[in-house]
Ligand binder design. Structure first.
Ligand code: BES
Ligand code: MN
Ligand code: ZN
Length: 514
């Protein structure tokens, strides 16, 4: 249960939780916190006493004063079994909050990955945080460790990064009182980290490799390792279902479109499932409404909604959550071509509503609308779609928060809470009917674009017309799913948000049934 595996061959770290004092542990590297200025935490005091004031003497030299995120590695301390001590600055004690914790933990992991130790013991989890509890600290530790260790060199002929020998991290607690909940939190944190890794790897893959067929294959592979039922629909089946909107996007591509369905049944047979719908455009050229060339490569990330569904289901299956969860992934490329959909084309969606496609670059909503109609057959408890849907969302919320829109206040509230808890922020935008006018068409039931104003909301308004049969929320992750520039890469978001949402639901359910 404590085994934390990055699918990556280079880095495989086991996390374990132990109870004990710092001075007695035979750990290759003991990690201790220091507050500003030079104030020892309890575990640091314990080592200081055992080493006859060694730590406080070092602090007196001025080499480390506890400033947040700084580290100092010490060797060969007298009278204790550990060869190394890593001191980490925690900043001002009265300001020690979740943000400071994350900064400090990132520094610790980065420092440990640079040493030659294969095992380390962290004495940081008992230190009280103003705004979070122990399970939060533990699951964040697992996620942050994975964040630090993540490399993507699957497509390089030689791996560039030196692999770290670190293979085991022990999280020490001073007493047994909370051991059980700590272990559950560790199991959940590692599951989320694993889900994020799945999402990141898929996002980062090149678009000539990560095609709709590739996504389908990966989903089918998942069913070999996890308790999941996976089915894949092809062109013929989608035609039979009359998915005219989805198929209109696929027309310009030589890669066959797919509809991937994953079913996880951890709850009672009769229990309604949560349905996750992920946008899976494996490359978005814009189609005939072609995008400009600059940074177009980043449109390989236009399947990050789909990747987050696969990542979240991995985490859910890993934790064996007592819920029913269904993933639906409409996936295709959006390409120009002789047979591609043209601006002005009118298509009929699976719902029967007709759509005038005024801009072929507004393709995400076209594949999602048919998937949302398809979701009705699961009689869902709620449906959440996840999509890199609009550039306007990046303008509105930047790269910090995902956009959240919903037809149900309670569902929106639950998602915002999960976002807060998992530090995978989201911000709600309104979905008032007044905005629906933006989608008026002279020739069909609606247009697929709403003009320049409120682009994120008009896109959601479009989707809302296909999601009126159930509680529904939409996450626009255009600004949060990946980073551009020097640090270009997938973030794994919003796997933490979605997984936390499901964990919270499962936990509440268990509490009620007791
Ligand atoms: N995948 C894009 C949205 C996107 C653009 C995400 C840039 C992240 C960065 C989506 O398919 C798209 O092209 N949307 C258009 C919609 C417009 C034509 C109404 C957009 O946002 O420009
Ligand atoms: Mn587009
Ligand atoms: Zn797109």
């Amino acid at each position: 249960m404590n085994c934390y595996r990055l699918i990556d061959k280079e880095w495989n770290v086991d996390f374990v939780i132990k109870v004990g004092g710092a001075d007695k542990q035979r750990s290759a590297c003991v990690v201790l916190g220091i507050f500003e200025s030079r104030k020892l935490t309890d575990a640091a005091k314990n080592i200081d006493a055992a080493t006859d004031g060694y730590v406080s003497n070092i602090l007196r030299t001025g080499d480390m004063n506890g400033k947040l995120g700084t580290t100092l590695l010490l060797h060969n301390l007298p009278a204790i079994p550990s060869k190394r001590i890593l001191l980490v600055g925690l900043g001002q004690e009265k300001e020690y909050n979740s943000k400071a914790f994350r900064t400090a933990m990132l520094s610790v992991m980065n420092a440990l990955l640079r040493t030659a130790v294969s095992e380390a013991g962290l004495f940081l989890l008992d230190i009280p945080l103003k705004d979070r509890d122990l399970p939060w600290k533990i699951s964040q530790t697992a996620m942050l460790a994975s964040e630090c260790a993540y490399r993507f060199d699957a497509l390089k002929s030689k791996s560039e990064s030196e692999s770290s020998p670190l293979s085991k991290v022990t999280l020490y607690l001073s007493d047994r009182t909370h051991l059980k909940i700590a272990e559950i939190a560790l199991m959940q944190g590692t599951a989320i980290a694993q889900g994020m890794k799945v999402a990141k790897d898929l996002g980062n893959l090149a678009p000539n490799i990560c095609t709709p067929s590739y996504l389908a294959k990966r989903a089918l592979d998942m069913s070999k390792f996890h308790k999941l039922k996976v089915s894949v629909l092809g062109q013929k089946e989608m035609e039979k279902l009359k998915m005219g909107a989805l198929l209109a996007v696929a027309k310009g591509s030589h890669q066959p479109a797919k509809l991937i369905i994953l079913e996880y049944r951890g709850g009672a047979k009769t229990e309604k499932p949560i349905v996750l719908v992920g946008k899976g455009i494996t490359f978005d050229t814009g189609g005939i409404s072609l995008k400009p060339a600059a940074e177009m490569d980043e449109m390989k990330y236009d399947m990050c909604g789909a990747a987050s569904v696969l990542g979240t289901l991995t985490a859910v299956a890993e934790m064996a959550l007592p819920l029913n969860v269904v993933g639906i992934i409409p996936t295709t490329e959006n390409m120009p071509g002789g047979n591609a959909t043209k601006p002005g084309d009118v298509v009929t969606s699976m719902s029967g509503q007709t759509i005038e496609i005024l801009n072929t670059d507004a393709e995400g909503r076209l594949i999602l609308c048919d998937a949302l109609t398809y979701a009705e057959r699961y009689n869902p408890e709620a449906v959440i779609d996840i999509a890199t849907l609009t550039g306007a969302c990046v303008i509105a919320l930047g790269h910090v928060a995902s956009g959240l829109m919903s037809n149900n206040d309670q569902l929106a509230g639950e998602l915002l809470q999960a976002a807060e808890l998992s530090i995978d922020q989201a911000w709600r935008l309104p979905l008032w009917d007044d905005y629906q006018d933006l989608l008026k068409s002279n020739f069909a039931d609606m247009a697929n674009i709403g003009g320049r104003s409120a682009g994120t909301i008009s896109a959601a308004c479009f989707l809302a017309r296909f999601a009126d049969k159930y509680r529904w929320a939409h996450l626009d992750i255009a600004g949060t799913a990946w980073k551009s520039g020097k640090e270009k890469g997938s973030t794994g978001r919003p796997v933490p948000l979605l997984t936390q949402f499901l964990i919270s639901r499962a936990t509440r359910k268990l509490a009620h049934s007791r």
